[in-house]
Design a protein around this ligand. Structure first.
Ligand code: SF4
Length: 450
């Protein structure tokens, strides 16, 4: 009889100081670690790592916290510090340079991540209820990576800030840790999402955080994108507003660190409509900038969405939008008819556009963007593209995938014939044979990576 011996899970010791609020934080952290499979240790000797949850309310409490850290270092040596004294990381590091990690109060994700790093769970299918990369609703080969929550803008048609609050950015080191795990678990494409990716880090003043590999990373879209690009997966940026610093991610695309793809929700082009929409980064020179981006990265694909029939949108505004779209030659365009939403300022604006006019304008935008898309895709016939395989059809022997210009669910697809032997998640080189308004058709001729 074969007997499987289960590896022992790591054990965590805890020293919790301070007030009941700190105690509740300790309980939350330990509950999460327990659900991740960790055991608790009642003493220093049996712990693989000791967590000290500090208090910094008074000088005497700070001194008590420092003494507790010193004792844990002396008795065990592997110490993670969290709690109020996390704000005074320099004081702790000066006195105890061997501390493994320091996180602040309520930084649950970070402190749990630090314990995972200090005492990794052994990979074991019998012990780990949740795979390394977390539970996913997407296929294994692509993953959404949320970098912030909420939004500081107040667009007139949107209630997201009301529902989710102002921008709260995640720490870049925690995002990178999550991304590394996803890539290790088989993710080939990281889709960076947020309400406003270009504003990432504004709330934490683009602070720099240490990386475990050495050096540091700033909480800033460009810096985070560069680090994500080093992980070896495709990195696709969504919901990027055209703030001036967006120009700095274009060289990362030229270097191949980030996919040549920008999802910019322009929503309109007419300066009057954009002003009434209260849109961020309402830049009159955006067409010029798009031209400059394409000079640097000729295969850059730009996707955007537009709202037609916003209150007060005149025939001139709409004509401006159509002319702008013709000039911008965006690769992918989604259009929406303005819909009043309870609680959004635009709902009670005067000059609501009649439904039949909205429909007419919607159809005009869709027809124009379908024509532009068909022309752009036709120009790819005969070229060779890298395609990430999403699905294989055993019956027909074909497969469906996406090029670097196609985000899952929202953009087009590449349909392959003769895809024998391919598997989802593989990246293959494909010769494009045909195109229609949205999709490409081709044949693989070389497996690039598995
Ligand atoms: S539409 Fe405007 S307010 Fe709403 S999430 Fe986007 S940027 Fe923020």
């Amino acid at each position: 009889m074969n007997v499987t011996t289960l590896p022992k899970p790591p054990r965590v010791g805890l020293v919790s100081l301070g007030c009941p609020k700190n105690l509740v934080d300790s309980e939350r952290i330990m509950t999460k670690l327990r659900s991740d499979g960790y055991d608790m240790s009642p003493d220093y000797a049996g712990a693989d790592v000791v967590l000290v949850n500090t208090c910094g309310f008074l000088d005497s409490a700070k001194e008590e916290s420092l003494e507790a850290i010193g004792e844990a270092i002396a008795e065990n040596g592997r110490v993670v510090v969290t709690g109020c004294m996390g704000k005074e990381a320099d004081v702790i590091r000066n006195r105890f340079p061997d501390v493994l990690a320091i996180t602040g109060a309520h930084e649950y994700e970070q402190v749990v991540g630090a314990v995972h790093e200090a005492a990794p769970m052994p990979a074991n299918a019998f012990l780990n209820l949740v795979p390394e990369g977390g539970l996913k609703l997407t296929p294994r080969h692509y993953s959404y990576l949320k970098i912030s929550e909420g939004c500081n803008h107040r667009c007139a048609f949107c209630i997201i800030p009301h529902l989710r609050g102002d921008l709260v950015s995640r720490r870049p080191d925690a995002i990178l840790r999550e991304a590394e795990k996803l890539v290790a678990a088989g993710t080939k494409e990281l889709l960076v999402i947020s309400q406003d990716t270009s504003a990432y880090g504004v709330d934490i003043r683009h602070k720099a955080f240490p990386l475990k590999s050495g050096g540091e990373v700033r909480a800033h879209m460009t810096d985070l994108s560069r680090e994500l690009g080093k992980l070896g997966a495709w990195v696709r940026l969504h919901y990027v507003y055209p703030y001036p610093h967006v120009d700095n991610v274009i060289p990362l695309m030229a270097e191949g660190l980030v996919l040549p793809y920008l999802d910019i929700p322009f929503q309109h082009a007419s300066p009057d409509v954009l002003r009434r929409m209260r849109r961020p980064a309402n830049d009159a020179k955006v067409l010029q900038r798009i031209r400059s981006w394409r000079e640097q990265v000729p295969d850059l694909a730009i996707r955007s969405s537009f709202v037609v029939g916003f209150p007060g949108e005149t025939d001139q505004d709409f004509a401006y939008l159509l002319a702008w779209l013709e000039e911008a030659q965006l690769d992918r365009v989604g259009a929406f008819k303005f819909e009043p939403v309870e609680g959004a300022p635009a709902t009670s604006m005067e000059d609501q556009v009649p439904a039949d006019l909205k429909q007419e304008r919607y159809e005009a935008v869709m027809a124009l963007s379908a024509r532009i898309s068909a022309e752009k895709l036709a120009a790819k016939v005969g070229s060779t593209l890298d395609v990430l395989i999403d699905a294989v059809d055993a019956e027909t022997g074909g497969a469906t995938g996406r090029s670097k210009a196609d985000a899952p669910e929202i953009d087009g697809e590449v349909h392959l014939r003769d895809a024998g032997g391919l598997r989802p998640g593989e990246i293959v080189s494909v010769r494009v044979e045909d195109a229609d308004e949205h999709d490409l058709y081709g044949v693989p001729f070389e497996t690039m990576a598995s």
